[in-house]
Write a protein that binds this ligand. Sequence first.
Ligand code: ASP
Length: 323
Amino acid sequence: MKARRILLVALALGMATQAVAAEPCDHREGFTLVLHGGYLDYEEEVGPPHRALFRRLLKAGGEQLAKGGSALDVVMDSIAALEDSGILDAGRGSIVNTAGFTETDASLMDGRSGRSGAVAAMQRLKNPIKAARLVMDKTEHVLFAGTTGEQTLIGLGAEAVKDPANYFQEYVPPPPPSADEPTQAEHGTVGAAALDRCGNLAAGTSTGGWPGKLPGRVGDSPIIGASTYADHQYALSATGVGEYFIKRAATRDIAMRAEYRGTPLERAADQVVKELIGKQDGAEGAIIAVSKDGEIVISSNGYGIFHGWVSQTGEIVVGTQEP
Ligand code: ASP
């Protein structure tokens, strides 16, 4: 009751909460950054520009982490760059809904503190992931939605594009290689999961949504525990038919199977992505995950998920199928 009263007073006074200051750490050697560019129906959905972009961002993110940068900052910066690229289904390249305009969703979660921020059905934000960070750092809330939520966030400093109809240009992927392949390729929700040298984990996801979505539809990408989840042991980001990831509370379910049941992370991911969402629900989807020990898990119930990673060895790996 008391906490609620303080919150209400703070909001009434228009006070912003402060970001939690980074705790000092022993800067151990290990770090990991994993990026994804969405669920794949076939290899050709991603081309050389996608691979070059991932290599560039993994190099930059790896350098940031090597210097002691926080997992949260690297996840946000990487996703913001993917949003700006225009060649994935997030930020500038977002798909349009059935009414012909863009509505974006994004979320971000810090593993150690549990602090989270998310935005849904945004029409003018240049970088939904940066707005999610604003929600986390400058408000007592977790999720802002629709034009009213967007207006509040613009008031708090989120960047709006002047001419959304011209700025957002839905990226159209190359056609499938054969007529037998599915024709409605989804081309790249983006996400990141990272472990920093302080042992902190963070995850984030950003999207324009699933093809054929109705105006106002919100998917799993801005839902903490559905698409984005991070705690003291695991960080995950998902892509696929969001409705099923929401109903299954998918990324949190994977983390909890690993934590409470002791199921190996890879097995827990396969149980949720392949057996529940894939076989039982008949829905498409995939995840990336990182553990506090730097273990990387990629799980998909389709052709694959476009992904890449870097760790303290400096080696950069970019791929489309499970390793
Ligand atoms: N999960 C996203 C959504 O349902 C789409 C995707 O990841 O491809 O909005």
